[in-house]
Design a protein. Structure first.
Length: 59
């Protein structure tokens, strides 16, 4: 993988992690019940995708 592709993959991973952090903050402060669980689950999967993109950009 060339350097520019690694840069874009890492920026995408950072962006996904930021979105996950904002989503989990929103879910914990503004929602209750099942919606809170669903948003937290979505944020967790987005965080995992960001983590995988970060690992791919290192390799």
């Amino acid at each position: 993988m060339d350097a520019m592709t690694k840069m874009w993959v890492s920026l995408f991973g950072i962006g996904m992690m930021a979105i996950a952090a904002l989503l989990i903050t929103f879910a914990r402060l503004k929602t209750k019940g099942a919606l809170k669980f669903v948003l937290s689950l979505i944020a967790f999967f987005i965080l995992i995708i960001g983590f995988i993109c970060g690992l791919i950009s290192i390799i």
